[in-house]
Unconditional design. Structure first.
Lengths: 287, 337
């Protein structure tokens, strides 16, 4: 793949993983706006595992496990505990940022020297398996939601939790399971970032990708397959910002092209949101 | 078991704070007592320490006040971080050009900052009204846009050609704020913040406008039914919230840094929001929570130096505290008290 396209795909992969997880959780009726925090925790877990001698796949596994724990914490507070999920997510972003900054200082010492870690090796088309999986994830999620019984239960928990409850299903269990999976995917997203394009950890390394993932879910109008074009668009905008920054072009003001991914995401929200498609019980507590 | 909410919630917060501080110290191979002692001395133990706490409190207390104003009208403003940056960028843009009378220059800088903060709310308010986009999502993206755009401004339009690092030109020394007392770095900026809290507390509790805002926040349908313009009141509170955060950004440039650089805000707006959530959207209680977080920030630098416990603990504790309070409040709510 050519340089620009390859970078676009690599930058889209973490977004796709995190957004696929968030989409699953939102289809189940809950919302975790702390995806950024979980991505950071995943990125740091991968970094820490690498520092302790794990290979790139071990690092990825550590990130997924950390993401599952993060999903469990969210389920405990916001699903089973019925605290306002938006406030829990807001706090979670602080927790993710603070915990990883704290852990990074413990590992790296106060010097702040850059510690590189081993990256994932390409297997096909110059891409590592985890990146290819990121593009497969929305397809698998689509099949899961449309074709399987647990997938139907997820949709029921998000559209009509009272009915699911009346039929003997457990909304808390469905949403908690979705939260664990969403955590795993966000953790993997953070890990793929530090195991491909930026092979080190710095404080706040995810740089708002969790926020972009949230916008992508709305842009996709809660349909998994529509995540792919959205993630490529944002990934491309980010790649363009990198390239223009390196090239030092002054044709467009710096401020505009560095902010381009966020501006595009906001525009996408404006375009998509009016058309609806949100799960009917999104953000409401379980019965 | 039924524990009253007014006991459970503060108890949970205090327990969570202590448990977090102690376990983080242990994680860093330090004695929890020594870490706490270093925190206390580093935040309150000397004039310099108190100055540092007051210096850091300005941004947190003001953004917390902004969060309270919006919350009371029923708007969760997660965009304080971006509004703070917009204010700082406006101050850095107009400041270097203003010579002459320092008082006029300061007023102009702060006005520009507050205005920029209020304007940074506008896209979110418009998208909410016209396109039904939740403020939570739009303001989060506006934070990201502000952070990246500020990074671009200090490398492009606002760049100081004389500087080695990407940063904006400095404010004239005569315009920048003087230290409030000798031996500490705190300036009159903290007094502006505390004054704003007092005004806001009175506005919310004791004025007709405050009553209307609270009505809109508590029961929008009922407020509409008695003829209140609920949409307009919400936008007003939202913009006021942004103005307070913008003012905080302007004061940061005027009183502390003298210029804009990248990264600049480092979570001030998020910490302020955490303080407001901890203070249950009461301006005075939230200001105390903000002072506590500022003391934590000031003390954590000394703690890192003396005991080796990373100062990043100051970023983690507010999040843990909010989670503890949310859990306690949800629990107290379920047990019916």
């Amino acid at each position: 793949m050519s340089g620009f396209l390859a970078i676009t795909v690599l930058l889209a992969a973490p977004l796709l993983l995190a957004a696929a997880g968030e989409l699953l959780l939102e289809r189940a009726g809950s919302i975790q706006i702390g995806v950024e925090g979980t991505m950071l925790l995943g990125a740091f877990a991968a970094f820490a595992a690498s520092q302790r001698g794990a290979g790139p796949h071990g690092a990825l596994a550590a990130a997924v496990l950390t993401g599952v724990l993060a999903g469990g914490a969210f389920a405990l507070f916001a699903v089973a505990g019925r605290a306002d999920p938006v406030l829990v997510g807001t706090a979670w972003n602080l927790v993710g940022y603070g915990a990883t900054a704290f852990g990074y200082r413990l590992l790296a010492g106060a010097t702040g020297s850059v510690l590189e870690i081993a990256t994932l090796t390409p297997v096909l088309l110059g891409m590592p398996a985890a990146v290819l999986f990121a593009f497969l994830a929305p397809i698998l999620l689509e099949l899961f939601l449309a074709r399987t019984r647990p997938g139907l239960a997820v949709t029921a928990a998000g559209e009509n939790p009272l009915a699911l409850d009346a039929l003997g299903g457990s909304v808390v269990r469905v949403r908690s399971a979705a939260s664990l999976a969403a955590g795993a995917l966000a953790g993997a997203g953070g890990a793929v970032l530090v195991l491909t394009v930026s092979p080190t950890f710095v404080e706040g390394v995810t740089a708002g990708r969790g926020f972009l993932a949230l916008a992508l879910v709305v842009f996709a109008r809660w349909k998994p397959l529509r995540l792919i074009p959205g993630a490529l668009l944002i990934g491309g905008a980010t790649a363009l910002a990198y390239r223009l920054q390196a090239g030092g072009s002054t044709a467009i003001p710096y401020a505009v092209f560095l902010a381009l991914p966020g501006i595009l995401a906001l525009a996408a929200l404006a375009v998509a949101r009016g058309r609806g498609g949100a799960p009917k019980a999104l953000g409401t507590p379980a019965p | 078991m039924s524990v009253p909410r007014r006991v459970l919630v503060p108890a949970a917060a205090a327990a969570a704070a202590l448990a977090t501080l102690a376990s983080l110290a242990v994680l860093a191979d330090a004695s929890p007592l020594e870490a706490l002692r270093a925190l206390a001395l580093g935040s309150l133990g000397s004039r310099a320490a108190i100055g540092e706490t007051l210096l850091r409190s300005t941004g947190i207390v003001l953004t917390a006040a902004g969060a309270c104003l919006a919350l009371r009208a029923g708007v969760l403003n997660i965009g304080l971080e971006g509004q703070f940056l917009a204010g700082a960028a406006a101050a850095a843009a107009v400041g270097p050009a203003l010579a002459g009378m320092p008082l006029v220059a300061r007023a102009a800088i702060l006005l520009a900052a507050a205005l920029a903060g209020a304007l940074w709310v506008l896209p979110a308010a418009v998208l909410a009204a016209k396109r039904n986009v939740p403020e939570v999502l739009s303001t989060i993206l506006l934070n990201l846009i502000a952070a990246t755009a500020a990074g671009g401004l200090v490398r492009g339009a606002l760049r100081d050609p004389a500087g080695d690092y990407p940063q904006s030109r400095a404010l004239p020394d005569a315009v920048r704020l003087e230290p409030l007392f000798s031996g500490g770095r705190a300036t009159a900026a903290v007094l502006v913040a505390l004054l704003a809290v007092a005004v806001l507390a009175v506005l919310i509790a004791a004025t007709p406008l405050g009553l209307k805002l609270r009505a809109v926040g508590l029961a929008p349908a009922a407020a509409r039914a008695i003829g209140l313009a609920d949409g307009r009141l919400k936008v007003l509170a939202f913009a006021g919230s942004g103005a307070l955060a913008g003012l905080a950004g302007g004061l940061e440039v005027l009183g502390v840094t003298g210029r804009l650089y990248d990264p600049f805000a480092a979570g001030v707006g998020y910490t302020g929001l955490a303080a407001a959530l901890l203070g249950q959207a009461q301006p005075v209680a939230s200001a105390f929570a903000g002072l506590f977080f500022a003391a934590l920030g000031a003390g954590s630098s000394a703690m890192q130096r003396d005991t080796g416990v990373p100062a990043a603990l100051a970023a983690l504790v507010p999040g843990v505290l909010v989670l503890a309070v949310l859990a306690a409040r949800a629990r107290a709510g379920r047990s019916g008290s």
